[in-house]
Design a binder for this molecule. Sequence first.
Ligand SMILES: Cc1cc2nc3c(=O)[nH]c(=O)nc-3n(C[C@H](O)[C@H](O)[C@H](O)COP(=O)(O)O)c2cc1C
Length: 340
Amino acid sequence: MSRDGKVVTMSQESQLTTALAEAAATAGHAPSVHNTQPWRWRVLPDALELRSVADRKLAATDPEGRLLAISCGAALHHARVALAAQGWRAVVERLPDPGDRELLARLTDLSRTDADPDAMHMVQCMQVRHTDRRPVSDEPVPTDAITQISRAVTAEGCRLQILDRDQVLELAATAGHADTVESEDPELRAELAYWTGRAGTGTGLPAEVLPEQLPQTTVPARDFGRPGSLPMGPGHDRAAVYALLHGDEDEPDSWLRAGEALSAGWLTATRLGVSVVPLSAVVEVPGTRQTLRQLLAGLSYPYLVLRMGIADPAHAGPPHTPRLTTEQVVDTSAVRGEQG
Ligand SMILES: Cc1cc2nc3c(=O)[nH]c(=O)nc-3n(C[C@H](O)[C@H](O)[C@H](O)COP(=O)(O)O)c2cc1C
């Protein structure tokens, strides 16, 4: 019997728990700050719970948990889409228990529906989406692509402000300042060194995805504090489009929604051949976050800067960033024996 009293057959129950476990596993493809993957899923007989993992929070860089919640929101959106692709409709409860702040979301009241072909396509995009930190090519991003990416963000309750030339220059100065502040802070440097020195663990950033030398970009990219082995190629970023992902509140549930919007926008961009790189240092430093707020006329809260462009097609990009195994992030102990 399900929670609303409907009779559910054993085979439906096992189909449901299999679908929930698969959706949680698929959500492992989601992007996360420094590839921390700060989430853990719990598969229940009639629900899927998303919890944050304190051990994989950036305690110094992200004390409020903004980037952790955005990362978990991206995973939540991935799981929602994966369920829709398998023909399941779910109600999403965000931060359902005020006494348990690590419980970020619960997917519940699951019912059967037709498998959604758009969602199926998005699941394919999850498998190819990745962060390519090389400067983008000179090919302009089609206006229609920007419109579609913005629409995907808006559908998740956030907004994307495309920055004009003057605003990009202001962002460049702000990003430079954030970089200086962070590089002068030994705790932040130590945290970055930890997450860029975790080869073989399935978390963090291996050398292969980090630039060989700092790319020549209008807005300085994050300085990871150590050179990687990814060749930078010939691009100069002139055709890059910079945007601010923003929304009405600066609270944990709006950060979760920002992550869902990031995922929706990034998967749409992937479908359209547009490369996206999030830039979060400007949001991590309180002073530069405030400057971004002024770019939004003080009316909205910035969550993330996004650089969009067409990746250099002539040279190979970075490999996929490794992930934790499904067993490390999905707990199926409550349904063992039920899965089909
Ligand atoms: C909230 C958030 C903040 C991020 N900030 C940055 C950043 O400042 N610079 C950067 O190069 N990548 C940034 N990223 C990209 C992650 O490093 C990347 O998603 C992660 O390493 C996994 O790699 P993948 O996107 O290739 O799967 C960010 C991602 C998220 C979700």
